[in-house]
Design a protein around this ligand. Structure first.
Ligand code: ADE
Length: 253
């Protein structure tokens, strides 16, 4: 997957060199390209923002600079040289649609993502309108809080999407067992996990996990997922698809 990120802080993305994402890049699974937005600024001060029309606090990012930057990156085309498939443009903003595991899976199927993280009060809205008529543009929020800029949101999204790409995780099963994974884990939180030693500070690992009985262990894990979801995110249980519940699930609930 190719990922382009246009930002006034390209250095913010250094963590993408580390751990799983770093390895995915080394192995050529993730092709991440960082671009400095100010490279497209026209004045000596490399200004990228201006005061908002209508007044109010803060500054708004200028449309011409974003427009030229996005045009230039899109014109570079895909690495294979196929310019017929434009990128999916993702604009992080607290007023966007919620980013969920389902959206992460949707993005993981795309060959090319273009992120345009904003600072200040955001990007002039005409930029999203302009590209919305040419590319697929998603305004996406990673949660109901306001960050200092969209860069941290891009890190979150790239990591959530990157780990879903084939060959990134050692064990593909860990993706289907994830909290929120579609299928059996849809709208469920993953339950507790344990490793050796069997007793630590007097606390024992649940006996069932040492039994070697895979059927019973799977059942126990599912029950724990229900318990944890009920305790921490009861509103998720209302969204459970009743078609995925068996008789035992119904008793636990
Ligand atoms: N930029 C600022 N806050 C954000 C949020 N919650 N999600 C995505 N982008 C943001």
């Amino acid at each position: 997957m190719r990922v382009d990120i246009i930002s006034i802080f390209p250095e913010y993305f250094a963590p993408l060199d580390v751990s799983l994402m770093g390895k995915a890049r080394d192995r050529g699974i993730l092709d991440i390209r960082l671009h400095q937005l100010r490279d497209w600024a026209r004045d000596i001060h490399k200004t990228v923002d201006d005061t908002p029309y209508g007044g109010g606090p803060g500054m708004v990012m200028k449309p011409e600079i974003w427009g030229e930057a996005i045009d230039a990156v899109v014109a570079q085309g895909r690495p294979e040289g196929d310019v017929s498939v434009p990128p999916r443009m993702i604009v992080p903003t607290p007023s966007g649609r919620p980013f969920t595991q389902e959206v992460a899976l949707e993005y993981a199927r795309e060959p090319w993502l273009l992120f345009t993280p904003a600072r200040y009060e955001g990007i002039d809205s005409r930029v999203m309108a302009e590209y919305g008529s040419r590319l697929r543009v998603d305004e996406v929020s990673i949660g109901d809080y306001v960050l200092a800029g969209g860069e941290a949101a891009v890190l979150v999204i790239v990591e959530a999407v990157g780990r879903l790409l084939p060959g990134v995780l050692g064990n593909a099963c860990s993706v289907s067992d994830d909290s929120f994974a579609p299928g059996a884990m849809a709208n469920l939180l993953e339950g507790p996990v344990y490793t050796k030693p069997p007793v630590w500070r007097g606390r024992e690992v649940p006996e069932i996990l040492l039994s070697g009985h895979h059927g019973k262990i799977a059942r126990w894990r599912r029950d724990e997922a229900f318990r944890r979801t009920l305790e921490k995110r009861p509103e998720l249980l209302a969204r459970l698809d009743s078609g995925t519940l068996d008789a035992h699930d119904r008793r636990v609930l």
